[in-house]
Design a protein around this ligand. Sequence first.
Ligand code: CTP
Ligand code: ZN
Length: 159
Amino acid sequence: MSDDTSADDTAHELRVSKIRNGTVIDHVRAGQALNVLAILGIDGSQNEEVSVGINVPSDRLARKDIVKVEGRELSQEEVDVLSLIAPDATINIVREYEVTSKHRVERPEEVQDVLHCPNAACITTEDEPVTSRFEVLEDGVRCLYCGTIVRESIADLID
Ligand code: CTP
Ligand code: ZN
């Protein structure tokens, strides 16, 4: 798992240094790293140690983004939301520099209370105590209240 022939290393050096303890979100769809940070609530205002690679070469994807967060593991809800914008991502847990667990994100069937419906007439966008619910489709999400389907820019719907 940690051989030196991985795509990250083909340039003979790691583009983003290894972390000691924390989470590496790898194989993020190119261009989505900043949305990953938004989902994780990372805006630079805390003291979190975070490294980001954008458009780095990858074997599995032509280009990928990668986000490494020191000292933090992700909640299932965070992983669920990540899966919507980075469906091929791998979540690697690192302890004392070693990858101790690795799994692909799984797209849930439904997400609740994490996206807002772009339809201004949707009951969920009014001042009602209604929790948003979206069905996760192959290529997008569908509001379970009004049927609006969003395929692009799902990140813009994140609360
Ligand atoms: N990584 C890291 N810090 C560590 C260990 C690993 O930042 N202490 C990063 C690696 O750079 C890589 C990812 O975590 O981007 C997964 O590590 P590893 O499983 O060793 O790499 P690969 O085998 O290339 O992963 P995959 O097969 O998932 O592509
Ligand atoms: Zn709706």
